[in-house]
Design a protein around this ligand. Structure first.
Ligand code: ATP
Length: 509
């Protein structure tokens, strides 16, 4: 579905609102509405279920957002968690230099894709895309432009050479999308951490950061968790929590936010085994995405060329968002960098005694890190479709959110056929009372039944239970399936059993 339509659907159906909308909004900050919070909680619970419950050697924690300021010095975030910033002097708009170059490349990639699509149409079944891409002169020329720009960008970023980035923007003749001019300031480093001040300590000493990643809360608790959970290496620590980044460019809805939530797992391994574990987690995380019904064609790996200061290997799982393939999750081999840094900065020994090897060492870490909000956006973009009503012949369409049943915000809706018939309403409320002990359910008696069905389709409710006059006679109700629209009659007890089993995580994990 068109991205604009998706955004307005999210608002209209109580999934996501712009934060502080009453005051004209706060950029890149969003609030989740009644259906949104249910869907988000289900995504978080499914991740937790897959990580913690399904692995004997992964345990969870919930560390505080505020941490000792030295932690961010040790982790390298104070000195190196920067984005290259550039302003256009005419529009006064601020950009990330790397994003300007990436957008320039994406435009060329778009042109290449157009040529490929045209050729595919012309040659039909005999079309060999790989051959076309590797032999067509115009495509090769365009690809060379992309490769050269990306290689210069990566070198500039890796060397922290801001002057080279400015030169690259000039060389590519990139213009500001707002003013259309090429009148740029110098490129400079901009630290992405928000900070605040402790009330009882003034100056630098009392400066606190809002964590830009949840991972450090795990690293500094490594010894506590290992000792109290008696885990042996290899083992993991998982955490879900808020993170904050002062993003320069805020756009694409909940894709890039200033306050967001991360689901991270740090897996501690023996030195020398990290690449094996890196590959294991890489595959395992890809399978997790597929378990949620995401089409394999909409997922891909993207290896990092430009490694963060702490990593010796890194890959993104990219998802085809409505605005193109973008990072959804990162898998990083973080070496022993963080634990060693914390050992040095804290002055305390942060090591593991391996009883099998009979030696102490600093474990290596493989991390999986996914933004809960990006996952939410991926799920909604996967699921939201406008389609012909199944079985209808009059050309009518419906908007339906085909979410996996296990993560749908509302599992069932209870609908009395008529709202003015007290006996039907009472029977429906009795079913509601039974069902709500088991799952998230909605009661709706307003409007004709067809409209109520559409409202439930629009939020992805897998089952609608209609209470009609036959219910009063034989106690059965009608269960309507969201996807097939099949209807069947069964008792409320049978409905509860069916809904519980069909919406359980066991069906997908
Ligand atoms: P990007 O390159 O898109 O800025 P990143 O490489 O900085 O992302 P990581 O530091 O690897 O991201 O963070 C791990 C995950 O956290 C990302 O894969 C993404 O899902 C999520 N994430 C990061 N920044 C944001 C943000 N500003 N808003 C929402 N989610 C985010």
């Amino acid at each position: 579905m068109d991205f604009k339509k998706l955004v307005s659907h999210c608002k209209e159906y109580g999934f996501i609102y712009q934060s502080s909308e009453l005051y004209d909004g706060l950029a890149a900050v969003y609030d989740y509405g009644p259906n949104g919070v249910e869907l988000k909680n289900n995504i978080k619970n499914y991740w937790w279920h897959s990580m913690v419950r399904m692995h004997n050697n992964i345990v969870g924690i919930d560390s505080a957002i505020f941490m000792h300021p030295k932690i961010w010095k040790a982790s390298g975030h104070v000195d190196a968690f920067n984005d290259p910033l550039v302003d256009n002097k005419d529009s006064k708009k601020r950009y990330r230099a790397d994003v300007l170059v990436e957008d320039y490349c994406a435009k060329i990639e778009g042109k290449i894709q157009k040529d490929v699509d045209k050729a595919a149409k012309r040659f039909g079944n005999s079309f060999d895309e790989h051959q076309f891409r590797t032999t067509n002169g115009r495509i090769l020329e365009r690809q060379a432009k992309i490769d050269s720009a990306m290689s210069k960008l990566n070198t500039g970023l890796a060397e922290g050479d801001m002057a080279a980035l400015k030169l690259l923007i000039e060389e590519l003749e990139i213009a500001c999308p707002v003013s259309g001019t090429k009148n740029w300031t110098d490129v400079r480093q901009f630290n992405l951490m928000f900070n605040t001040q402790l009330g009882n300590i003034s100056g630098e000493e009392g400066k606190l950061y809002l964590r830009p990643e949840t991972a450090q809360g795990i690293f500094v608790n490594f010894l506590n968790v290992q000792k109290t959970s008696r885990q042996k290496i290899p083992f993991g620590i998982a955490q879900i929590g808020k993170a904050f980044r002062n993003e320069i460019v805020a756009r694409q809805f909940i894709f890039r936010m200033r306050e967001f939530e991360q689901m991270e797992m740090q897996f501690f391994v023996r030195p020398g085994t990290e690449m094996e574990w890196y590959n294991t987690w890489k595959e395992s995380r890809m399978e997790w995405h597929k378990s949620l019904g995401t089409d394999a064609n909409n997922l891909r790996f993207h290896d990092h060329e430009n490694l963060a200061h702490y990593a010796n290997a890194a890959v993104d799982i990219e998802f085809k968002f409505p605005f193109g393939f973008k990072e959804l999750e990162g898998i990083h081999s973080r070496t022993d960098f963080d634990l060693k840094q914390h050992q040095e900065y804290s002055g305390r020994k942060v090591q593991y005694f391996d009883p099998e090897l009979n030696e102490n060492y600093t474990p290596y870490v493989v991390e999986t890190s996914i933004g809960c909000d990006r996952m939410f956006l991926a799920m909604v973009s996967n699921a939201l479709v406008e389609e012909p009503v199944p079985g209808s012949t009059d050309g009518s369409t419906r908007i339906v959110m085909k979410l996996p049943k296990a993560i749908a915000p509302v599992k069932a809706a209870v609908l009395p056929l008529l709202k003015n018939d007290e006996t039907l309403v009472n029977a429906a409320k009795a079913v509601l009372g039974q069902l709500k002990k088991h799952c998230q359910v909605q009661y709706d008696e307003k409007d004709a039944i067809g409209r109520r069905y559409r409202r439930q389709d629009a939020i992805g409710t897998p089952y609608c239970l209609t209470i009609d006059h036959q219910t009063l006679e034989d106690g059965t109700l009608t269960l309507r399936d969201r996807d097939s629209l099949d209807q069947s009659r069964l008792s409320p007890e049978e409905a509860v059993t069916l809904i519980n089993s069909e919406t359980s995580f066991a069906t997908i994990c």
